[in-house]
Ligand binder design. Structure first.
Ligand code: NI
Length: 387
């Protein structure tokens, strides 16, 4: 089965929804208009239940099949945008300064709405489909909030599936892998407190800039000397703030950054090394170093059986040669990880074609992807819930 005819027919309508959402981006949990738009659409499609306010601003629509009792599966899209100034100049560009859909969540939401409309029209399955629209994927943990709100139990969701677009992968192609597909993320802030003083009399100071600089170098050894070379780990220092004058050695310096890993043991070891290197340098220089370490999203871990199933569904839609089933994991984080910790399932990438990269101000979701993504969702639901 290639693309569904009905999905192709609906492309213009779904594109309209996508561009509307693109014009009106909202951040984090504050996706009130977007969630309202989603809930109104789901009601207009005749969903059996539409529940809002899950995990603060998440929305779930329940569509029951007409072929009798069966399992409930969850299909998930994300609704939030990013704090970026859009530069696409397109007619549907963001109308809100400093906010844009630079990760394609507008497209994810529109495609899942399209699939919901189709599934509510046809209901050619047993059991039920839960269409899940989550807020705050970009760092706020909205998916986690929905899980903590009891979403899985409340709707009896047995399996969950997620999808994200991927620039550079041709339109009509999919990519997936079993096991870890996206990284666990953590953020750290390290404050080096020394003793400030005159820049011309450095021997009377404890220079936090020199110590923090050494620490930045030492942190590179977590990947190069503390971790098995076949394991994946990223330790990036992304902020370094200290000082205000040419002739003053400041009292303190602050560095901050992110850690990305694919296995719990490596994540734990990386945190331990950050703390040990900081303590060691503090002792060596007579400074105090405080480490604030926040583990954020866990690894997005694709379950074996559901990954094969999702790959087969994608192959059914796209053709066997267009599904890459053994890609390298990506070191970005993904909030869908919490749903995959709660229930078995799989996360798949769908090609966005030759577009700007995710989180880039020139990025735009490719509307040509819509019938492919809709067909994947519909086919996945109808196959998983076949009589
Ligand atoms: Ni995203």
């Amino acid at each position: 089965m290639p693309i569904l005819n009905r999905a192709a027919e609906m492309q213009e309508e779904v594109t309209g929804w996508r561009r509307h959402l693109h014009k009106t981006p909202e951040l984090n949990f504050d996706v009130f208009q977007t969630a309202g738009f989603v809930a109104d659409k789901l009601k207009s499609f005749g969903c059996d239940e539409v529940v809002t306010g899950l995990g603060r601003t998440g929305v779930v629509g329940i569509i029951r099949g007409r072929k009798g009792d069966g399992a409930t599966i969850g299909l998930r899209a994300d609704m939030d945008a990013l704090p970026i100034d859009e530069i696409t100049g397109k007619p549907w560009a963001s109308t809100v300064r400093g906010k844009m859909h630079a990760c394609g969540h507008d497209g994810h939401t529109a495609m899942l709405l399209g699939a919901a409309k189709y599934l509510a029209e046809t209901r050619n399955f047993t059991g039920a489909v839960a269409v899940i629209f989550q807020p705050a994927e970009e760092g706020g943990g909205g998916g986690n909030e929905m899980v903590k709100d009891g979403m899985m139990e409340r709707f009896g969701i047995e399996k969950v599936f997620g999808m994200h677009n991927m620039p550079g992968l041709p339109v009509g192609q999919f990519a997936i892998k079993p096991g870890p597909i996206m990284a666990a993320t953590a953020e750290f802030t390290i404050t080096v407190k020394g003793r400030g003083g005159h820049a011309a009399m450095p021997h009377g100071t404890i220079d936090p800039i020199v110590i923090a600089s050494q620490l930045v170098g030492a942190l590179q050894t977590i990947a190069s000397r503390s971790t098995d070379p076949v394991e994946a780990v990223v330790v990036s220092v992304t902020k370094f703030h200290a000082g205000d004058a040419y002739n003053v050695i400041p009292e303190s310096a602050e560095i901050a950054g992110t850690v990305r890993t694919l296995r719990k043991e490596v994540a734990k070891r990386s945190e331990e090394r950050i703390r040990a290197l900081s303590a060691g340098l503090a002792a060596a220089f007579g400074a105090t170093i405080e480490v604030d370490y926040d583990a954020n999203y866990p690894v997005t871990f694709n379950h074996a059986e559901e990954t094969v199933f999702a790959g087969d569904v994608a192959a059914d839609v796209a053709g066997d040669g267009h599904v890459h089933r053994a890609i390298q994991p990506l070191m970005g984080g993904e909030d869908f990880s919490y749903m995959l910790e709660a229930r078995p399932g799989a996360f798949i990438f769908i090609g966005n074609g030759d577009s700007a990269g995710l989180h880039h101000p020139a990025y735009d979701f490719n509307d040509e992807v819509i019938p492919h993504g809709m067909s994947y969702w519909v086919k996945l639901a109808e196959t998983a819930l076949a009589a």
